[in-house]
Design a protein around this ligand. Structure first.
Ligand SMILES: Cc1cc2nc3c(=O)[nH]c(=O)nc-3n(C[C@H](O)[C@H](O)[C@H](O)COP(=O)(O)O)c2cc1C
Length: 440
């Protein structure tokens, strides 16, 4: 049962920075990040994952001051490169956007991270979902959803080709014959497409994993089809067992069309847990945190995913249906979830922002209840593993490692030791052959 950790410095809850035991400067404190990664590694997590959007917010700063997540953080590949030296086993995954990188830069950076970490790098391929990032890269707005995915596909093709520049045994360092590499084992990428023109080769040898593990988290039609073709790990975000089962069957069912075995992808369902001695105690902890969400923050986060300005609306009345935009251009799954909550549950604005969790499920309970839930999802083919996000870091991660991991190990559903040396090996994936060797 693979486990990933979605890392936000003080936790994933919008009020986490007010309550967590992390240092005040957690988001830019490398020693703190090292301690978090060590804790996750002690818990034998597969993946330490850093999400990203390449932008600070430039509006509503009086609200963002109450919710500072996007305003002060490390660039993820740089951060993971530093963590590569202080960890030995855990996978190191980061988001990088196909809308704002060039394939050559990205291929090179992730190849370097894979070498620095001895084969533990993973790339979360996203197309990004906000206009703040677009404005940092010469655009007024994010390009339309279908265009972003068209660019993502071409981007991925180029990156994958660049990662196969060198055959695995190309560098021989043979002093006697004065041959450092075998020229025939170098392969130029010659790509001319709609979005990219690339003629060249990567100036770093093939990576320990052959190539970094490919992660994806889109749940739109384009997102699912792109994932079925390319992704090895998918973060799913469905709030119910039924919806998760349907997503799982849908996504894995698309893979044979691309000549892929469904077992060559692990779907990790998003899950937040609060562990307590009793369910009631865990619920109380959660509620205490929910009560700390500032109304301005609740309103803003909901409005961002609904792609509507909710700032003038009263808190204790339902959100009028005419506020719902005709369609979404950012996170379609989150958008659909909020729309369903407005239409079907008729919640007030305050109730909405207090219960909306961006597709995740928050599970409050004892260790046994939490593991029961996880097993039910695995047995029900709703997930292969979980992408855990904790409301409070390091607090809730410590509790999970101390109390839930041993229960999982006792039941024989989770590792006691890492199986392999690389992220790919720990996930049970095969080595990806170099395309030039495979075809020769
Ligand atoms: C666990 C998880 C992590 C994600 N991390 C990021 C991220 O770091 N940056 C980002 O722009 N989107 C992130 N996303 C969003 C998705 O990758 C995807 O881009 C988004 O849902 C829009 O794609 P879609 O319209 O195909 O669903 C994440 C989603 C999940 C479930």
């Amino acid at each position: 049962m693979p486990l990933g950790l979605l890392v936000h410095p003080t936790g994933s809850h919008p009020a986490s920075w007010l309550k967590s035991g992390a240092p005040r400067d957690a988001s830019t404190n490398i020693d703190y990040y090292r301690s978090l990664a060590s804790l996750a590694e002690a818990g034998k997590f597969d993946l330490f994952f850093i999400a990203d959007t390449p932008a600070a917010r430039t509006e509503k700063l009086n609200v963002h001051t109450r919710y500072p997540s996007f305003m002060n953080c490390f660039e993820p590949i740089t951060l993971l490169s530093a963590l590569a030296g202080s960890t030995r086993h855990i996978g190191l995954g980061a988001t990088a956007s196909t809308s704002f990188y060039e394939p050559y830069n990205l291929a090179r950076q992730f190849a370097s991270l894979d070498h620095l970490s001895h084969g533990r790098a993973g790339w979360n391929v996203v197309t990004s979902a906000n206009d703040y990032a677009a404005r940092n890269f010469g655009l007024d707005k994010l390009p339309p959803h279908d265009q972003r995915y068209a660019r993502a596909r071409e981007f991925f093709e180029v990156v994958a080709s660049l990662w196969d520049t060198w055959e695995d045994d190309a560098f021989v360092a043979d002093k006697a014959s004065c041959t450092s590499f075998v020229p025939e084992k170098f392969h130029v990428t010659d790509h001319s497409g709609k979005f990219f023109q690339v003629y060249g080769g990567l100036n770093i040898k093939r990576t320990p994993q052959g190539r970094p593990v490919i992660i994806q988290a889109g749940s739109s039609e384009d997102g699912k089809s792109f994932a079925a073709e390319t992704a090895e790990v998918v973060f799913s975000s469905d709030p119910t067992l039924l919806a998760a089962k349907s997503f799982y069957a849908d996504l894995k069912g698309r893979m044979p069309k691309f000549g892929r075995d469904p077992d060559s992808m692990k779907i990790l369902a998003g899950l937040s847990v609060v562990v307590g001695d009793s369910e009631a105690e865990a619920q109380d902890k959660y509620q205490e945190l929910q009560n700390l969400i500032h109304p301005d923050v609740g309103r803003m986060r909901l409005g961002a995913d609904l792609e509507a300005d909710l700032s003038g609306l009263p808190l204790d009345e339902p959100v009028p249906e005419h506020m719902i935009p005709a369609k979404s251009n950012f996170h379609q799954a989150y958008f659909n979830q909020i729309v369903a909550m407005i239409r079907e549950q008729k919640l007030t604005l305050r109730q909405l922002y207090s219960s909306y969790e961006r597709g995740k499920v928050t599970l409050c309970g004892t260790s046994a209840q939490i593991v029961d839930h996880m097993q039910e999802w695995i047995d029900g083919k709703a997930a292969d593993g979980f992408m855990l996000s904790f409301h409070l870091l390091p607090d809730d991660l410590s509790a999970f490692v101390e109390r839930v991991i041993p229960e999982m190990q006792r039941r024989g559903v989770f590792r006691k030791e890492y199986e392999g040396g690389t992220l790919r090996e720990n996930l049970g994936f095969e080595w990806p052959a170099n395309r030039h060797v495979a075809t020769s």
